[in-house]
Design a protein around this ligand. Sequence first.
Ligand code: DGY
Length: 319
Amino acid sequence: MSSPIVAVSRQIPAPSVEPLTQAGFDVRYRDVDSPCPPEELRALVAEADGLLCLLSERIDGALLAAGPRLRIVANMAVGYDNVDVDACTARGVQVTNTPDVLTDATADLTWALILAVARRIGEGERLARTGRWAGWRPGELLGMGLDGKTLGIFGMGKIGAAVARRAVGFGMAVIYHNRRPVPDSPAQYVGRDELLRRADVLVLNAPSTPETRHTIDAAALAAMKPTALLINTARGPLVDEAALVDALRAGGIAGAGLDVYEAEPVIHPGLLELDNAVLLPHLGSATREARAAMVQLACDNLVAVLGGAAPLTPVNRAG
Ligand code: DGY
């Protein structure tokens, strides 16, 4: 019997495709560090039984039609808004993602952004590098202290909970809004309007869905405190970037820390000009440890499903 064929859409870090070759698969590895163009991806999956893809690849009906033998799409990300899950389910294709293994890395980066915006670290670093720094001044780049302030979390999943746990060390009270209250959460559940009104730092941790699109729009920004900070390490479409630029320019809110954008890799030009925005290039899970664990989990899902076992971290019920 011939070995199952597994397509890998783009270059992945260590352990890379080793778990797949060790499992005896025939691996078709696109060892290129850039998003796979749709046409190339269709050719890559033509004979494949399984696909390991990333959030840079769109998995839709056309792709599935080009890969009639596909039994599993293993997305190397916790978010799977790049995958048409209904189309996969309709064709009996298992979808898996990589939850848990990136929770701490993403929560840490969320706090890096909170601190960077609250303490104006981007501005300070730019000042230090320009040669225009004139020495210590008592009123220079004053930021916001976090102790005693309120952290608001929109989306209390595993990453939201990990962000909340870290707030204890900074002396912050935590409130949150979620589709449903989370049993046993030490944080206080509030309605969306109250979350917007009370948060000194508002963190977005919800998935990107039609319901969460532009959760933070002009009206939401207007409901926030003028001193509030907005942090997004979830998905760009949660925020109306044009409205955010207007609010940051007009002092509607005090600052924003963003790791994700509406149309990555494009960043709204208005954001690039603003000193009160700290901008990162989608680094949430970018630790060697988290990325290795994501690769391993995606491979483990392929090994399980193509070996006839249950997926470890399923997104849908395929069969
Ligand atoms: C995810 O996993 O969804 C991140 O955005 C990439 O690590």
